[in-house]
Write a protein that binds this ligand. Structure first.
Ligand code: AMP
Length: 582
């Protein structure tokens, strides 16, 4: 077929089927006569709306910057042509000062002067465009808007069949959500102005009484992600039942956590709401006296129990509390509970819970407004055992992953030093450690530092060495009594002892603001633990640093996962790791 140019008339006809070809002389003639009207290419998102409109090629978009109602009406204007011989290119007959199309963005139209107070608080809501979801009411949100919303917040949400059906939409703001207004008041009073991504996505699911598996980074706000639906549920329960019928030691909610510290931290966060809403939360963890727990339940009752699996089983067997009316269960850091050998305990606890049959065949279903037990499970990773647990205990759970979970944490600058194994390894490490702390403190005088080691003895040793150099340190490890561990954590949080030396007991879930440096004096043997350790810094929108000593032969097994982890997160590899090939 001849490759000759196509007539412009033919191209512009809507019903063009077979193009015709024209000679050069005819084309020149055409350019010197009054032009035909033609179609203007439109931004992809608008083309469907006005696809049948014919407009002049001089048409331009009016500025949309201050225009809330996107005007899609094309403006028709004509221009006059001069013969081609007089010029080299097309010239339009408009005045430059009228060019309101400058700054036009083909995807979105900027409307940044419209930000109200609420938008300014949330960086994403400070966004940009009239067509974008941020400028739409809830009713105007299309499936495409929800998809962009999820992308904006890094939310990946699926149901068990990998489809989107029956997944409630995430929360755009507290006030638009179905959260009880009393809760919203407490949240905003407490400074939680906007939900975090895991809260945006998992709260509506749990509020609709569906099971949730949440995979989110440490520090992502997952505690409130399960506490908010819990209080919403408690507030929805028949008040007569709560007032007159509830037996004092029958708790309604059970939260399982791997460590005592995490359980206490959950309790502390829940107490903000308990105090204002008149509920009671009790922690059941090793190190506390049974009698104290009994007295506390006797005095104040227990709507919510948070505890570690072993101690919970002991307490259930001692009938300190009963699970007959407990239809709401949270497993926090489920992967860690499995790592710590709690799988059998979890199974046992589930056996003590009432069955779904009990629920539907009794008045309970009416009192609690639910048709099956609700389980929310949070984990950093999905392992085969987690999948097994999920299949056994959860019903058609909604899977929610927040972008970057389990990947290199963007807010942390990770540094490494490779050290050769030698007879005086510990002295070398201690003197390097001191230099790192001194230089960090110089730059960040108010900062908190956590140093991790794998063994209690090493933790004590590091602490002693640092104390000798006048650094104020405290320690947490498994050989310390619960009371001492709590005191140490408190002293650290209060900046009384701004350096905490700890084993992995402190690695998971512990949320202390202002930790700006995490040092791995010894690398953990399990690489996942590395992610959890460094996750103690760079939390809630802050930046942090981590520094890890790698001993050349000892730590060989983490080279590969570390390399993959850093590469996946687009982080710079240290030379020795870059050169490492298995
Ligand atoms: P978590 O991942 O639950 O340990 O929470 C990490 C930190 O984020 C805690 O200090 C929370 O108080 C804080 N946090 C949780 N939710 C929000 C929110 N919606 N807005 C601001 N901070 C939050």
């Amino acid at each position: 077929m001849s490759k000759r140019p196509i007539s412009i008339d033919e191209l512009l006809k809507d019903d063009t089927t077979v193009p015709t070809y024209i000679s050069r002389s005819k084309r020149i003639k055409e350019t010197t006569t009054e032009p035909q009207q033609q179609k203007l290419p439109l931004p992809k998102s608008q083309s469907s709306t006005i696809s049948n409109t014919t407009i002049s090629n001089t048409t331009k978009f009016k500025s949309q910057r201050n225009d809330t109602n996107l005007n899609l009406e094309p403006k028709i204007r004509h221009h006059s042509y001069e013969p081609r011989t007089k010029r080299n290119k097309f010239q339009f007959d408009w005045d430059e000062s009228e060019d309101t199309s400058k700054g036009f963005d083909s995807n979105y139209l900027i409307n940044d002067e419209e930000d109200d107070d609420e938008k300014l608080k949330d960086p994403l809501l400070k966004d940009r465009s009239i067509g974008h979801w941020t400028n739409k009411s809830l009713e105007q949100m299309t499936n495409r808007d929800w998809r962009i919303f999820n992308e904006d917040y890094g939310i990946i949400i699926k149901n068990t069949n990998n489809t989107k059906s029956s997944i409630p939409n995430p929360i755009r703001s507290w006030k638009e959500s179905k959260i009880n207004p009393k809760m919203i008041e407490i949240l905003t009073e407490s400074g939680f102005q906007n939900p975090t991504p895991i809260q945006r996505s998992s709260i509506p699911v749990a509020i609709e009484h569906k099971d949730v598996i949440g995979i989110a980074e440490t520090g992502s706000g997952k505690t409130l992600a399960f506490l908010i639906p819990i209080f919403n549920y408690l507030l929805s329960i028949d008040s007569n039942f709560l007032k007159y019928e509830k037996i004092k030691n029958e708790n309604l909610i059970l939260i399982l956590a791997p460590t005592r510290e995490l359980a206490l931290q959950i309790q502390k966060q829940a107490e903000i709401f308990c105090k204002k809403l008149n509920f009671n939360i009790i922690s059941i963890i090793g190190g506390h006296k049974y009698q104290d727990t009994i007295d506390e339940i006797e005095k104040n009752g227990c709507d919510i129990i948070v505890g570690t699996p072993g101690r919970l089983i002991d307490s259930i067997e001692k009938k300190i509390f009963e699970l007959n009316k407990c239809y709401y269960i949270v497993m926090d850091e489920a992967d860690r509970m499995i790592d710590m050998g709690f799988e059998k305990d979890l199974t046992k606890i589930y056996e003590y819970l009432p069955t779904n049959n009990q629920l539907v065949n009794s008045i309970d279903s009416k009192i609690f407004g639910i048709k099956n037990k609700i389980t929310m499970m949070y984990t950093a990773t999905i392992t085969p055992i987690i999948t097994k647990l999920t299949n056994t205990y959860l019903i058609d759970p909604i899977h929610i992953t927040i972008g970057g979970a389990g990947e290199a944490l963007d807010s942390i600058d990770q540094k490494f030093e490779l050290i050769n194994d030698s007879a005086n390894l510990e002295q070398i490490k201690i003197s390097k450690l001191i230099k790192i702390i001194q230089s960090h403190n110089y730059k960040n005088p108010q900062s908190l530092i956590i140093i991790f080691a794998n063994f209690k003895d090493i933790v004590d040793q590091i602490s002693e060495e640092l104390n000798l150099k006048n650094f104020k340190t405290t320690t947490i490890h498994g050989s310390k009594s619960q009371e001492l561990r709590e005191t140490s954590l408190q002293q650290f949080k209060n900046h009384e002892t701004p350096i905490l030396v700890a084993t992995d007991v402190a690695a998971r879930g512990i949320d202390v603001p202002n930790v700006s440096l995490v040092i791995n004096y010894q690398m953990p043997k399990d690489f996942q633990e590395y992610i959890h350790r460094i996750g103690r810094t760079g939390r809630a929108g802050n930046f942090g640093e981590s520094f890890s000593f790698i001993v050349e032969i000892d730590d060989k097994e983490i080279y590969l996962p570390l390399k993959k982890f850093l590469k996946k997160g687009d982080k710079k590899l240290p030379d020795w790791l870059y050169r490492y090939h298995q």
